[in-house]
Design a protein around this ligand. Structure first.
Ligand code: PLP
Length: 432
């Protein structure tokens, strides 16, 4: 059996159609790559036993390991920009070390950074927050994890539109909650309607997660679509967390709007999660934030005080420089992503058997592989094996008829990888 099928879910069960409970809890991914068969009597907590490891991180590590071994691999698996962190941001962190900013700080973050984030949210997003509405976290991922820990009780339901970012359902489960998945497809441009949201709501619903621009589909909700969803949230008095980590990576005139800025009632029920990783190419720095009502921010601060404490102090000073300096570096990277997006989109749509909706944001395309007749795991496994191209199976995002490719890589790799992908699909359909 090949590597990818080893780390993949053990059942062939497909995600359920329509709005339903996530049927993944019984799925276990094989725990450790290369340690197949190593049994242990260690008893692990139930909470962790029902969590599936991140397939995206596993495939990305595998692609990096193959490359280090000298294999000519084209990897489209990474969810990280390939650019260096802009020099002025790195310089500010280095200066912070020289200035002795190397000690413990407040658990909720450096006051100056909390204030800078609050100002950014006012300036860019029309959200009226002060520093007390913001907590600095170890990346956007950690802000969402803390949020779940702070507001979810066992039995609470959290609504997640699919395709979803891999970590959402697992974070909900780790908090004792139940993920409730709303299925979408390419016809609806992978967006849910207010009717679907309303149908998924029960007396146990606590939270709705929205991610626009989306990982993995790159879709962006319009202001009108967001307003209609906001109405449902307010009418049913639930909370919404808006994951806006890709807000700066948006193309063809699409507009990013924060759902919480659409009126006072939705504002009161909104949390905003984001971070520096994607827009400023700061993935390894681990700086993100959560913003929202003060009670929730205080609760997450309490959790952080007993778990991670403050985010790396000098990394926070780099983040301050990122927000307070001119934003040209973000625009330069965005323009490069825009060109790569066009190249990958054109190449994929020229391959008979693949089709792909044009993404409005982030740095992913999410083509359908339905016509190939393969599951997403079979497709990705065979592609890696035969053409040395790494992509992520859609099943990791709750969509087994699609695959995700990241275009956060150089143009030469995109060209070479698309030729190999084309050769692979043609060889499978017998049309080469
Ligand atoms: C949709 C989405 N949200 C949040 C994150 C978390 O980013 P980080 O923890 O690196 O800030 C990611 C990273 O891939 C993501 O794709």
């Amino acid at each position: 059996m090949s590597w990818l099928l080893l780390v993949a879910p053990k059942t062939n069960q497909k995600p359920c159609a329509g709005s339903c409970q996530l049927g993944y809890s019984e799925r276990n991914y094989t725990q450790t790559i290369g340690r197949k068969g190593a049994e242990s009597s260690m008893k692990l907590a139930k909470r962790v036993q029902q969590v599936t490891p991140s397939l995206t991180l596993a495939i990305d590590s595998k692609a990096k390991a193959l490359k280090a071994e000298g294999v000519d691999i084209c990897s489209f698996s990474a969810g990280e920009p390939d650019f260096a962190t802009p020099a002025h941001i790195a310089a500010a962190a280095k200066q912070a070390i020289d200035d002795g900013k190397t000690r413990y700080g407040p658990a909720a973050g450096e006051p100056k950074l909390r204030e800078a984030i609050a100002q950014k949210l006012q300036r860019d997003n029309g959200l009226c927050y002060g520093a007390e509405n913001v907590i600095v976290t170890n990346g956007g991922k950690h802000s969402l994890f803390n949020l779940m820990q702070a507001i979810i009780d066992p039995g609470d339901e959290v609504i997640i539109p699919a395709p979803y970012w891999v970590s959402y359902p697992e974070m909900v489960k780790l908090a004792g909650g139940t993920p409730v998945i709303i299925q979408t497809d390419e016809k609806s441009r992978f967006k849910i309607t207010p009717e679907q949201l309303q149908q998924a709501i029960t007396p146990n619903t606590r939270l709705f997660i929205i991610n626009s621009p989306s990982n993995p589909t790159g879709m962006v909700y319009t202001p009108d679509e967001l307003a209609a969803l906001a109405d449902v949230v307010v009418r049913n008095d639930i909370l919404v967390v808006s994951d806006e980590i890709y807000e700066k990576l948006i193309y063809d005139g699409a507009k990013h709007v924060s759902i919480g800025a659409l009126g006072p009632e939705i504002y009161e029920r909104t949390l905003v999660s984001s971070g520096f990783a994607k827009a400023y190419s700061m993935t390894g720095w681990r700086v993100g934030w959560l913003a929202g009502p003060v009670e929730v921010i205080r609760a997450t601060s309490k959790i952080q005080g007993h778990s991670t404490s403050n985010v790396c102090t000098f990394a926070q000073w780099g983040a301050i420089a990122a927000l307070e300096s001119p934003q040209d570096c973000v625009e330069t990277m965005r323009q490069a992503f825009a060109e790569r997006r066009q190249a990958m989109f054109d190449a994929i749509n020229a391959i008979p058997g693949l089709s792909c909706a044009k993404p409005d944001g982030a740095f992913y395309v999410f083509p359908s592989i339905q016509k190939t007749g393969m599951t997403s795991l079979e497709f990705c496994d065979a592609l890696l094996e035969s053409q040395k191209v790494a992509v992520i199976p859609g099943i990791a995002f709750g969509a087994d008829d699609c695959i995700r490719l990241s275009y956060a890589t150089d143009m030469d790799t995109i060209k070479k990888g698309m030729e190999r992908l084309s050769a692979f699909v043609r060889s499978r359909s017998g049309s080469n």
